[in-house]
Write a protein that binds this ligand. Structure first.
Ligand code: ADP
Ligand code: ZN
Length: 650
């Protein structure tokens, strides 16, 4: 049984949670006061909407007119119809699946205001700004507002001047807010990041437990809870704690088809990382995860000396520096954030093009959650990890040396094994990943092992040599010493123990040290060898190694990775298949977008997503009508930016 996975991220309480004193919103951020609401932005007044009768037609008209998208994606249409009809819903969809529209459109369809509970204040402002760009009357209430601003927002809410109101959970359950809700007309309640009710998950927010009050106090208002957390336990907890027993459950596939998974053998990790960034993601946004703060600092510094715009992020940095770095990551293009897992749930940037791991995460859940921050916009993205023997040893040590009880250690150890299985598999990574979440699938064609099937080899003899070296040296030495023995390397340490007189001395001289390291790593991953941290990382035989030692069981291993032959995607333009001229146009469009974003004080993707700019560059529309056909350009954006774009394109 899976434990509570935490797909949406680990809350870094110091940096980005709670409704108290978030300092990341820049002063004068436009969505902070009601005065900045776009005038007359009611999408229901768009032409064509009033003549259609069925909810579905009206929903489609909003999708097209307001958001500029052609079709609903996956279960969106059904979810919209469930809520528009007054029913409850539980939506389980991976990051980037398109959860927001599931409550935004029914809020516009139904009479009254859609009230959205979201734990991430730092992101509310961006979400509200994005809605306002589309012409939706959206606002927010949280501690980042001054009391005058909050009062103005409450007034707008009471007067029915809003379509959507984002509220922090702790504020929603305050008596003042509840009374305000009593007097207003509410279209629906949307509870975002609903896994925050789970006391076993990493994102637990006590205020979420109080949200059951919404059901008691407003029984006739439809509710939707949304999460990207995949496991059944959390699902049950959400239903129980939010009293969603009658809700329709919409469970999507947790596949992220646009993410390409690659796991390479760690040799010289920094250089490998740099080659990956330069070769595939030059000038693009990405996140690189490291285990320790020190490694974060060192890696970021080094990348900067190599000309990569990298910034560090970890809990040891000053809160002000952390928030500045997060802000720059959100608002500038092409920043690479080197971070510990403290950089977590507050990331809502849709155009993160890659997530790299220089250290092994502790489970598949963690890997899926961290890599899931790439490619929310559905455009091609990479999950890249370098992994080696030392990673396995280090993670095992962390489990062994933790203060936790034996049960916990056993679970942690099993989770690590599952992740090692993913690292060592010669089959499709995605199949392995999804099967861990209980989903069957076919080889994907978009992971390293599908693109370049690794060779396997009969490692039975090598495994026997390695195992017998462990046995002959009395299971008291680490991989380094064992490799010296196998390779017949002399030296004081070897002779002191008399290991140069063993039968295994020099039997592996034909295999180089790197190859032996790979073999030992795979022996550990296969469970044939265990690491004993009480004995300074000595390798020991396991029960499973017995038949191999006796020559009764064969061992197959992956051959160590070679240099990749797969086509490089050095730039977004190349990845999107744009030619040189179109690529230049894309650059100009991005420069224009950045200027717009700066002058309005919003992140660039709030103006247009990369996918929209890419399509403009590809199709080079010459008229407003042609522009309107591009995905992501709704009526309001066409009005506001159409002339600018056409001038750029002429
Ligand atoms: P989630 O909250 O599930 O992570 P979002 O709601 O942020 O995902 O949506 C992810 C991306 O997909 C956004 O860029 C959004 O604009 C886009 N998107 C959502 N629904 C559609 C659709 N029907 N057609 C095109 N793009 C969509
Ligand atoms: Zn695959």
């Amino acid at each position: 049984m899976l434990q509570n996975s935490t797909t949406a991220g680990t809350v870094n309480h110091a940096a980005n949670s709670s409704d108290t004193g978030d300092r990341r919103l820049p002063a004068g951020y436009p969505s902070r006061c009601a005065a900045m609401l776009p005038p007359g932005g009611d999408p229901a007044s768009l032409p064509g909407l009033m003549n259609t009768s069925s909810d579905h037609d009206r929903a489609l008209a909003i999708l097209r007119g307001t958001f500029g998208y052609t079709e609903f994606r996956g279960p969106q249409a059904e979810i919209v119809s469930q809520l528009a009809g007054g029913g409850d819903a539980l939506v389980l969809m991976p990051t980037g699946g398109g959860k927001s529209l599931c409550y935004q459109i029914p809020s516009l369809l139904r009479e009254g205001v859609g009230v959205v509970v979201s734990p991430l204040i730092a992101l509310m402002a961006d979400q509200v700004a994005a809605l306002q760009q589309a012409g939706v009357r959206a606002g927010m209430l949280n501690s980042s507002l001054s009391s005058e601003e909050a009062r103005a927002m409450e007034r707008a809410f009471s007067q029915g001047d809003l379509d959507l109101l984002y509220v922090a959970p702790e504020r929603l359950v305050m008596p003042r807010m509840l009374e305000l809700l009593d007097r207003a007309r509410i279209a629906l309640f949307a509870i975002d990041e609903a896994h925050c009710v789970s006391q076993w998950g990493h994102d637990f927010r006590p205020e979420y437990l109080q949200l059951s009050i919404l059901h008691e106090r407003f029984p006739s208002v439809p509710r939707v809870a949304l999460t990207a957390t995949a496991d059944p336990l959390t699902r049950e907890e959400i239903i129980e704690r939010l009293a969603l027993h009658d809700a329709r459950v919409f469970l999507s596939s947790f596949d992220r088809p646009n993410i390409r998974y690659t796991i390479v053998d760690k040799a010289d990790p920094r250089t490998q990382l740099l080659r990956f960034i330069r070769g595939e993601h030059n000038g693009e946004s990405g996140i690189v995860y490291c285990l320790s703060r020190r490694k974060v600092d060192e890696t970021a510094d080094w990348l900067v000396t190599q000309g990569v715009r990298a910034l560090p992020y970890h809990a040891g940095l000053d809160a002000a520096i952390r928030s500045e770095h997060q802000n720059r990551f959100q608002r500038e293009e092409g920043i690479v954030m080197v971070a510990t897992i403290a950089f977590g749930m507050g990331i809502d940037k849709p155009d993160v093009r890659f997530v790299g791991h220089l250290d092994l995460p502790k489970s598949i859940e963690a890997y899926y959650q961290e890599t899931g921050r790439a490619g929310r916009d559905g455009q091609p993205a990479d999950a890249w990890m370098a992994y080696g023997l030392a990673d396995v040893v280090q993670q095992r040590r962390m489990i062994d040396e933790s203060e936790a009880n034996e049960d916990f250690k056993r679970v942690a150890s099993a989770k690590l094994d599952a992740l090692l299985g993913l690292c060592e598999t010669a089959g499709c990574r995605r199949v392995r990943l999804l099967s861990y979440f209980g989903e069957a699938s076919e080889p994907c064609g978009n992971c390293d092992t599908c693109l370049e099937p690794p060779e396997t080899w009969d490692a039975t003899e090598a495994a026997r040599k390695a195992l017998s070296a462990i046995y002959r040296t009395e299971q008291r030495f680490g991989a380094g010493h064992l490799i010296d023995v196998l390779r017949g390397k002399g030296g004081e340490r070897i002779t002191r123990w008399g290991h140069d007189r063993l039968t295994v001395f020099g039997v592996g001289a034909d295999t180089d040290e790197t190859a032996w390291r790979t073999i030992f790593r795979q022996l550990i991953a296969l469970g044939l060898v265990a690491v004993d941290h009480q004995a300074y990382g000595a390798l020991k035989l396991t029960e499973a190694s017995r038949p191999v030692l006796k020559g009764e069981a064969p061992v197959e291993m992956r051959r160590a990775g070679k240099v990749s032959r797969k086509p490089s995607r050095a730039t977004a333009a190349a990845a999107a298949g744009l030619d040189l001229q179109q690529g230049e146009l894309l650059d100009r469009l991005k420069a224009w977008r950045l200027e717009q974003a700066r002058s309005q004080g919003v992140p660039p993707y709030v103006i247009f997503h990369d996918a929209t700019l890419t399509e403009i560059a590809r199709r080079a529309p010459r008229s407003r009508a042609a522009l309107a056909e591009i995905s992501g350009i709704g009526a309001r954006k066409l009005d506001r930016y159409g002339d600018d774009l056409l001038e750029l394109l002429s």
